[in-house]
Design a protein around this ligand. Structure first.
Ligand SMILES: *Cc1c(COP(=O)(O)O)cnc(C)c1O
Length: 387
């Protein structure tokens, strides 16, 4: 089976992890700060906070922005459930904004229309989570302009997008958002096994997230509400969690980060090769904004079903039968039973539902060989011709 994504672990990664195993610190040592500094320098962010997953990073980002009961968080329906769940963790309500039919990202025009209506109804969101689907950046300038008008804060869910660029700057620079989140799950662009990071240029947000990831406990006297009892003293000043990344994970991250640009460039080369080979097939290949540089985490095709005898499901199954580990990113979040119970219905976000009816993620990862890629295209041609 050729999987849709897979990590690349090299000898230098293994040695970096072994070195930590032989050292004094398995957690809370020098390597996590080294990884954070390397990501901050790479992206141009002022602060980078490593945590045990992107889901944790989203949660603490929402809390740091003050999201709570009575507030609204908006995001795209075409994302992993974590981009929406982070709002529910905080006791806030979640709503969605339909996607742009070309980029499959949250549509700024739909966002504007929904803001106008929400303003009239007095239920403007506190936070908008902009998800860079497949690594392609959202229209951040437009979303940021709306945030100035309507007063919401912006989290970039860049789980797919490390190494990508928007307006020539690395994603994570934070020019148009409050906090950017990366995931280092093995299928993502670089990995720490499990892991995530939150980036911000705001000192207060960084300080708050630093507390939240480690129980809300501090040894810094300037953050305490009253004087220390003695040199042993620590104080809980907030209700936090244990969201820390280990030294082992960070060592893997530092080592992987060195190959980030190569990984993304290689993903682009493979994607262009797919584009070429599928030019005459009844599928829509991923449109790319000419002024951005995608992280190219996923290669999603859409079936032009009116030109194909087989159904979406039949094409998907025919690919799996041929050993192609295709996947579907994502089931619209509002159609999940959990969200249906919150009142969302089929038909609420038609562009997202249309996307879901046609999308298939083909294998794309840096060690995918050209021969494997050709096998994927041949299998697809066959699948498209099946009944
Ligand atoms: C993978 C992913 C997450 C969650 O990342 P974890 O590190 O597994 O918690 C969140 N949002 C998106 C868009 C993702 O793809």
């Amino acid at each position: 089976m050729i999987p849709y994504g897979r990590q690349d672990i090299q000898q230098q990664d293994i040695e970096a992890v072994l070195e930590v195993l032989r050292s004094d610190f398995l957690t809370q040592g020098p390597v996590v700060p080294r990884f954070e500094k390397a990501v901050a320098e790479k992206t141009g962010a002022r602060h980078a906070l490593a945590v045990n997953s992107a889901t944790s990073a989203l949660h603490m980002a929402c809390l740091a922005l003050g999201l709570g009961e009575g507030d609204w968080l908006w995001t795209s329906p075409i994302t992993f459930v974590a981009s929406a769940n982070c709002g529910l963790y905080c006791g806030a309500s979640v709503d969605f904004v339909d996607i742009d039919p070309r980029t499959y990202n949250l549509c700024p025009k739909a966002l504007e229309a929904k803001m106008e209506q929400a303003e009239q109804e007095g239920r403007l969101p506190k936070v908008v989570v902009a998800v860079h689907l497949c690594g392609q950046p959202c229209d951040m300038a437009a979303i940021h302009a709306l945030s100035q008008r309507y007063g919401f804060r912006i989290i970039e869910d860049a789980s797919h997008a490390i190494g990508g660029k928007y307006q020539g700057e690395y994603i994570g620079s934070g020019r148009y958002s409050d906090i950017t989140v990366f995931s280092f799950h093995p299928v993502k662009i670089i990995t720490t096994a499990e892991g995530g990071m939150a980036l911000t240029n705001d000192d207060a947000l960084a300080s708050r997230m630093n507390l939240l990831r480690s129980h809300g406990v501090t040894r810094d006297p300037t953050l305490m509400t009253h004087e220390a009892d003695g040199p042993w003293y620590y104080q809980q000043v907030d209700l936090g969690f244990n969201y820390r990344m280990t030294e082992l994970q960070a060592a893997l991250g530092v080592s992987q980060l060195e190959r980030l640009d190569d990984y993304v460039a290689h993903r682009h080369a493979l994607a262009v090769r797919y584009d070429d080979r599928m030019a005459n097939l009844p599928v829509t290949t991923p449109w790319q904004h000419p002024e951005s540089y995608s992280g190219r985490h996923l290669y999603v095709i859409r079936l032009n079903l009116e030109r194909i005898a087989a159904s979406h499901r039949e094409v998907f199954e025919a690919l799996r039968v041929q050993g192609i580990g295709v996947n579907l990113h994502y089931i619209p979040v509002h159609t999940q039973p959990y969200y249906q119970k919150l009142g969302f219905q089929l038909g609420d976000f038609p562009e997202s539902e249309r996307y879901y009816a046609e999308a298939i993620s083909l294998p794309l990862f840096p060690t995918l060989s050209e021969a494997e890629q050709d096998a994927v295209v041949i299998a697809l041609e066959k699948a498209l011709q099946s009944p």
